[in-house]
Structure formats: structure tokens, C-alpha cells
Design a protein around this ligand. Structure first.
Ligand code: BYC
Length: 337
């Protein structure tokens, strides 16, 4: 057997006991921490989800980032700059959380740019107008909040804790998007049309962010048994619809779904079925912007090679210097070997 750090254990009979402790921790709703024993499947599932989540934050900087130089005022530019910078921070917390599971950040990046690991489908759609920036904040960050607030109670400690801060920032992101749209809706007819057009383009892809329907979600059952995921894809999608419908009414836009209506009996909204074949295509690399997004990430990674080399050289010099200092201290104290 192996321990949580991959080291061989002398005692094979320890595994059932460790498994029992793990199961009891999950059953008590307590957290699994990096040094705790965990089943390999749990570790792999977490690395898969956390890495995809981190990649989504980093690739997710691109669609809105394209508008930083074109934002219509200094205020909008400053807000957008801060938001996109926050996404970079989220990516970094998440890569750090993945590292606590033994993953290597450089390896995860390689997997992303070689197309061996996924990132959220939503970031493969274009942002042709400034209203897209508002709608991304409202829908995409709104969907992220629905999905991520329950992840603050995820069973893996570092992931759950990173979600707390991320969710606070997502909430600011959602409000800035909604406020931007409110401002545009109070503007000209052309601005109102621009908002409605962006809503029409982003609504269905936003519903797809929550993943395939429960019956076609191969990972949900185990992830929920391990309390990594707290709710199913369909449940979170429903919450998002219920939250967004009144916001759309207040804004004065129409959500592009003729089947959308309040169901008195269920106390929730009924809504139409997303085009699941589109989700499959986008996930498998055939969305409108997949190639462009990954190419840009690859170029940024290659352009940044000199920074990584410089940082490594600096760290080596620092380590050598502190090594010298320790040796000379010991010599002064007469304790050097
Ligand atoms: N896109 O069994 P399922 C943000 C994959 S960024 C792509 O249901 P699971 C923001 C899925 O990975 C926040 N792939 O999977 C940033 C699996 O493939 P593998 C993004 C998808 O893991 C910048 C397969 O399909 N949020 O907020 O149980 C600007 C079967 O699915 C998608 C997160 O990452 C998709 N939409 O559930 C603005 C949240 N859906 O790995 C905002 C964390 C499914 O078996 N992640 N797949 O090859 C999760 O909550 C879950 O991983 C998911 C999927 C709900 C996404």
C-alpha cells in the first residue's frame, strides 16, 4: 500500500483501518487535510477537479481581458483590470491546493496546453461587444457562485478554504457585471439591444457550465459520496435559473427560453433543455474559440519562460547564500563539522 504521500508503508494491514478513519471523517462532515491518508481515487478526483477549476480561472481571464484596453471609461477599465487580476489569483490558490495533493504545477500547465486536461466550456465563446463583459459578470460569475458556495464545505480542507475567498471575490464580480448592465439598460436603444444580444448568446452556454445532466454525469455519484461535490449538476443549474429569472425581470431583458415559466407546484422554474451535443463539442475542443484560447495560453507560458528561469536562479542564489551564512555562523560558534 501507499500512504497519502505515496510512500510505501511497512504494514499492509493498516489500509482497512486508514480507510475506516477516512470514511468516519467524511461521515462526520469533517475535513480531510493534506497529511491525512486518503484513497487514491479521492486524490485523483480532487486533482482532476481542482486542476480543471484552476485552468478555468486562468483561461477565463482571456474573454474579458480582451476588453481592458477598450473599456469605455477609466472607471470601467479599473474595475475590469481588478476583476481579471482576481481570476489570476484564484487560479494560483487553486494550483497551490492541487500541489498539496502531490500534483506539480508545471505538469498541470503542460497538460492544459497539450489539451490533456479540461477547462470550463464557457470560456470558449467570443466577446464581441462590451455588453459581454457585463453578461459574463452576471451569468458566468453568478453560475460560479451557485457552484462554488457549496464547495466551501467540500471535504478537502485546502480546496474548501480557497473557495471562501474566491466566493467573496466572485460576488463582487457578479455585482460589477449587473451594475454595468443596469447602466447600459438606462442608455440608448442601441445599448439595450447590445445587452439583449449578449444575454441571448450567453444564456445556454451558462447553463452548460454546470456540467451534463445528472443521468450522464459519470463523476457525480462518487464525488458526492466523498462530499467533494455537495449538490448534483442539475440541482445547481436549477438554483441558478431560480436566482437569475427575477434579476432578468428587474434588468428588463428576456431570457431566450420559450419554456421558461414558474411552476407553482414545484415552487421552482421549469426551463428548456440545453443543447447537450453543443456542450460535448465544446468540451472536446470544437467550440468557437478553443484553439485561440489554448494557443494564447501556450504563448504566454513560453513568453514567461525567462521569468521562471530568473526566479529559479534567484532562489538558488538565496539558498546558497543562506547556506554560506549558516556555515560561517557554525564556524564562529565552533560547531562546524
Ligand atoms: N466544461 O461527471 P461530470 C470562473 C467534464 S471559473 C468543461 O459531471 P464533475 C470564472 C467533466 O470535467 C470556475 N468540462 O464531472 C473565471 C468530466 O470530464 P473528465 C469554473 C466539463 O467533475 C473567469 C465530464 O465532463 N468552475 O468562475 O463531477 C471569469 C463529465 O462531467 C464541463 C469550476 O471549475 C464544463 N462545463 O462535474 C469568470 C467548478 N462540465 O474530468 C468566472 C468546479 C463537465 O471526467 N468544478 N465537464 O474528463 C465542478 O464543480 C465540476 O467539476 C463540474 C463537473 C460541475 C464542472
Amino acid at each position: 500500500m501507499t500512504t497519502s504521500h505515496g510512500a510505501a508503508s511497512d504494514d499492509d494491514s493498516a489500509e482497512p483501518r486508514l480507510q475506516e478513519q477516512f470514511d468516519a471523517t467524511i461521515a462526520r462532515d469533517q475535513r480531510i487535510e493534506p497529511r491525512d491518508w486518503m484513497p487514491e481515487g479521492y486524490r485523483r478526483t480532487l486533482i482532476r477537479q481542482i486542476a480543471q477549476h484552476a485552468h478555468s480561472e486562468i483561461i477565463g481571464m482571456q474573454p474579458e481581458g480582451e476588453w481592458i484596453t477598450r473599456a469605455p471609461s477609466l472607471r470601467r477599465k479599473a474595475i475590469l483590470f481588478a476583476k481579471v487580476q482576481d481570476e489570476a489569483g484564484h487560479g494560483l490558490y487553486l494550483y497551490s491546493a492541487a500541489e498539496t495533493l502531490g500534483a506539480d504545477r508545471a505538469d498541470l500547465t503542460e497538460r492544459l496546453i497539450e489539451g490533456r486536461q479540461k477547462y470550463s466550456s464557457i470560456f470558449n465563446y467570443p466577446t464581441p461587444t462590451f455588453a459581454d463583459v457585463g453578461v459574463i459578470g452576471w451569468f458566468v460569475d453568478g453560475a460560479a457562485i451557485c457552484n462554488q458556495v457549496p464547495l466551501c464545505r467540500s471535504s478537502y480542507g485546502p480546496y474548501a478554504r480557497s473557495m471562501v475567498r474566491i466566493c467573496k471575490e466572485e460576488s463582487f464580480h457578479q455585482r460589477q457585471g449587473y451594475e454595468l448592465l443596469l447602466t447600459m439598460m438606462r442608455g440608448t436603444d442601441a445599448q439595450r439591444e447590445m445587452v439583449q444580444d449578449a444575454v441571448n448568446r450567453w444564456w445556454w452556454p451558462s447553463l452548460m457550465m454546470f456540467g451534463p445532466p445528472d443521468k450522464d454525469s459519470p463523476n457525480s455519484a462518487t464525488s458526492m459520496a466523498w462530499k467533494i461535490k455537495r449538490h448534483s449538476n442539475d440541482e445547481l443549474r436549477q438554483r441558478f435559473v431560480d436566482m437569475t429569472v427575477p434579476q432578468a425581470a428587474k434588468l428588463g431583458v428576456t431570457l431566450p427560453d420559450p419554456e421558461l415559466r414558474w411552476n407553482e407546484e414545484r415552487g421552482r422554474h421549469d426551463f428548456g433543455t440545453p443543447d447537450w451535443s453543443e456542450l460535448k463539442r465544446v468540451i472536446s475542443g470544437e467550440g468557437p474559440c478553443n484553439e485561440e484560447r489554448v494557443a494564447r495560453r501556450r504563448a504566454a507560458h513560453e513568453d514567461g519562460a525567462w521569468v521562471r528561469e530568473a526566479a529559479t536562479a534567484h532562489a538558488a542564489k538565496q539558498a546558497a547564500r543562506s547556506g554560506h551564512t549558516r556555515v560561517s555562523q557554525k564556524l564562529q560558534e565552533g560547531t562546524a563539522a
